[in-house]
Every structure is written in structure tokens, then in C-alpha cells.
Design a protein around this ligand. Structure first.
Ligand code: P6P
Length: 326
């Protein structure tokens, strides 16, 4: 079977902006280096806590910091990149003052899974710097619909890249023999209906009523209002859960809960929810915070959090209806 590499795909069907294609390729160079470290794990002495905390107040794993550094070092080489922002950095990291693009990333999503050899991943999002000269933090505060490029690399049984440039969602798996990302699926579509939901059930007593109603109905299965049985998955790596949904449908929920009512949710808007939401919408799915599309939420802070409900559009629509109509 003739293989289409990522380079060939971008030459044939990439962005009309060469700098954006070049930036995507540079991001994949960084992710290949991260994949090599992830595969080594304990053999490279990179398992476990780094003994430091990030701006989120979370304990940083050694691989969190290493992955962040690899992305900074590799992507700064791209002349089109003006600045970077990361879950692991309090403020932005300047790159090239004449660069046109702003890159945001969660360098290693799913850190709690690193030590137990469960899939983790890198999530990335690219915006345009809309003025001349050096970038400032406020330049990053754009709604998700302004994204030019969004995607992730999942480090699992395969190292797989999924991205969108606004013309569909495409999937590439890394071929270790040729050292190339090879196209395995283009124009991915998320099933409109599903029998599979993903949520951390241990938080059930803290959920708002609409989420509790939806999950209760799933659990009642064929004997309840839904008249069909559901399956549940929770990998605790958003990248892996979203990848499964892109491949076979489903709905992912990390909703607001009353453990800390002042926090709209656990996941971060700019470098987790927005890139994943654009991928899902580009694939025909839907993504909301409960009441509105995540891609329409105007960001106020770089690290702000958001409630996330995304996946098969008919299920997301049902959950939105429960939020809006009780
Ligand atoms: P919990 C990983 O830490 C993450 O940010 C997402 O990738 C994942 O979906 C979620 O948190 C898991 O959170 O509370 O179930 O451990």
C-alpha cells in the first residue's frame, strides 16, 4: 500500500501558509524526541516527581518538565513562531519577535499515568499574533474559533499524531522503520450517537444535577429512559480518551463539580479544551461547557479552567438540553 507521509500530505493538502506547515513539522520533531523519552521511562531515570509544582498547584513529574523543555528547544528554531505558552510555565516564553504564530501546549497530558505505563500525550494549539513586534501574554487570549492549527500526539501502543488545519481531522502513525509519520486516516468523522461515556465516577456526589441525570440514565441502561445499555471508560489522560472518541465515538465529561465551586472545571481552556474542542467539531462532533460551545468562550486568563463535555453530537446535545431545560 503506498504510504503518504506527513511531509507529502502537507505539500499536497496542507495549509496555504508555509510557516504553519513548517511549525507543525517542528512540533512533530519535538514530539518524536518526547516519545523516545517516554518509551525509555525508568530506564532513562525520568519516572517520578520532579519535586516542584507548576502554576496550577500540581506536582510536576520529571517528564512534564523534560517534555516542556524539548518543545521549547525544538519549536524556537521555527522562525515563524513568535512565542509559546504552556501548562508548565506561569507566563509566556518569547521566541522570534518577527514570528507570526503563537503556540500553546500541554507538554505531557495525563502525567498521573506516566509511572504506570498508561497512554499520555502532547496537546498543541496555534493562534495568530495579530500585531507587529514582540508577543505579549494578552495576545494569546483569543477564543478557540481563532485557532489556525490544533492537535495532539498520543504516546500509546502507537505514537499517533492527530491534527486539524481547519480542513478536517487527519491521523498519522509514526513508522519507526522510516522515521516518518504516515497517514492512516483523513477527514475523520465522530459518530453522532454512542453507547460509551467517559467520566471519573468517583466525583459523582459532587456533580451538578444535569450531569448526574445524564449519567444515571446511562447506568439504568435498557431498563431506563435511554432504553439501551452503555459502557464506561476513564483513562485519566484526556488525549487517550479523546483519541478513542475520534476513533469510535463516545462522550467525554470533566464537568464543574462542587469540590471547589469557584473553579469552573479542572481542565484548562487554552491548551486542553480549545484544541480538543476544535478537533471534535471539525470531526462533526460537539463540545460545550454545559451550556455553550467551548470554542466561543472568551478567555480572560492564560491558565483559566473550564467544564468540558465533548464528543458524539447527539449525546452532547442531550446533555446541553439537560443544562438549559433542567
Ligand atoms: P482525574 C490529566 O491530569 C488530566 O488533566 C486529563 O488528561 C484527564 O482527563 C484528567 O486530568 C483526569 O483527572 O481527576 O480523573 O485524575
Amino acid at each position: 500500500m503506498s504510504q503518504t507521509t506527513l511531509h507529502q500530505f502537507l505539500q499536497q493538502r496542507g495549509s496555504k501558509e508555509p510557516g504553519l506547515n513548517a511549525l507543525l513539522l517542528q512540533i512533530t520533531v519535538a514530539c518524536q524526541a518526547i516519545a523516545k523519552q517516554v518509551e525509555q521511562g525508568a530506564l532513562a531515570g525520568i519516572i517520578g516527581s520532579a519535586g516542584s509544582g507548576n502554576v496550577q498547584g500540581e506536582t510536576q513529574q520529571k517528564l512534564d518538565i523534560l517534555s516542556n523543555d524539548i518543545l521549547l528547544q525544538e519549536c524556537v528554531k521555527e522562525a515563524s513562531l513568535a512565542a509559546m505558552a504552556s501548562e508548565e510555565m506561569e507566563t509566556i516564553h518569547p521566541a522570534n519577535a518577527n514570528g507570526e504564530y503563537l503556540l500553546l501546549f500541554d507538554p505531557l497530558d495525563g502525567s498521573s499515568n506516566i509511572d504506570v505505563n498508561v497512554s499520555i500525550g502532547t496537546i498543541f494549539s496555534v493562534l495568530r499574533k495579530k500585531h507587529q513586534g514582540a508577543a505579549h501574554e494578552n495576545d494569546f487570549l483569543q477564543v478557540g474559533r481563532e485557532q489556525l492549527l490544533a492537535g495532539y500526539v498520543v504516546y500509546g501502543p502507537q505514537t499517533t499524531l492527530v491534527f486539524t488545519l481547519g480542513q478536517g481531522v487527519h491521523m498519522f502513525t509514526f513508522d519507526h522503520q522510516t522515521q516518518q509519520f504516515v497517514l492512516i486516516k483523513e477527514n475523520i468523522q465522530v459518530q453522532a450517537d454512542t453507547k460509551e461515556f467517559a467520566i471519573n465516577m468517583s466525583n459523582m456526589r459532587h456533580w451538578a444535577a444535569p450531569v448526574k441525570r445524564y449519567v444515571d440514565e446511562c447506568l439504568l441502561g435498557v431498563e431506563g429512559a435511554r432504553q439501551k445499555d452503555f459502557n464506561m471508560r476513564w483513562i485519566a489522560s484526556m488525549v487517550a480518551d479523546v483519541h478513542r472518541i475520534l476513533c469510535r465515538g463516545g462522550v467525554f465529561m470533566y464537568p464543574w463539580d462542587k469540590r471547589d465551586p469557584t473553579k469552573p472545571g479542572k481542565l484548562r481552556l487554552m491548551y486542553e479544551a480549545n484544541p480538543m474542542s476544535w478537533l471534535i467539531e471539525q470531526a462533526g462532533g460537539a463540545s460545550i461547557n454545559g451550556t455553550q460551545s467551548i470554542l466561543d468562550i472568551p478567555p480572560e486568563k492564560l491558565h483559566q479552567r473550564v467544564s468540558v463535555i465533548l464528543g458524539s453530537k447527539n449525546e452532547v446535545s442531550r446533555i446541553q438540553n439537560y443544562h438549559q431545560n433542567g
